[in-house]
Design a protein around this ligand. Structure first.
Ligand SMILES: [Zn+2]
Length: 148
């Protein structure tokens, strides 16, 4: 999606740290996006940024979550092919890799979700209040909503 004609750099590092790693609001960082282990609030209680942008946003989370599982499975398979630590430990290599990959997907799901929402914020798929998402809409809160 094209960005507004300005030279302001996107806050990649800050958003990655604040949202993808810590699960905080990508705009203000003062509240957690999550209201449970993996479910998120509809909007930020502090700055009114709307996290939930529409149906289908879970697809990105799922893709990132499966990517985590796939990376773990491929890494374990490569290590097993060259060093065979799983077979040496007396375990079945395929089942061990499958189970480790599923566990990594489950454990990494929250980070996959927060990373996906960080990307949605960075690429202007979030907006404040009831404004439609679009270029620049999430880069600055509308007047009067920041101090609620
Ligand atoms: Zn906020």
């Amino acid at each position: 999606m094209p960005r507004k004609q300005d030279s302001t750099p996107r806050p990649y590092v800050r958003t990655f740290w604040r949202t993808a790693i810590r699960g905080r609001c990508p705009s203000c960082g003062k509240t957690s996006m999550f209201d449970g282990m993996i479910s998120i609030h509809e909007r930020c209680a502090n700055c009114d940024l709307r996290y939930q942008t529409g149906p289908g946003e879970w697809i990105g989370t799922l893709a990132l979550g499966y990517t985590i599982g796939a990376v773990v499975a491929i890494a374990l398979a490569i290590v097993e092919l060259y060093l065979s630590p799983i077979r040496d430990a007396g375990l079945h290599p395929v089942w061990t890799i499958v189970i480790a990959s599923l566990l990594a997907t489950l454990i990494g799901y929250r980070w996959a979700k927060s990373s996906w929402f960080a990307l949605l914020y960075l690429y202007d798929f979030m907006a404040f209040g009831d404004a439609p998402p679009g270029p620049g809409s999430a880069s600055a809160p509308p007047r009067g909503t920041g101090s609620r």
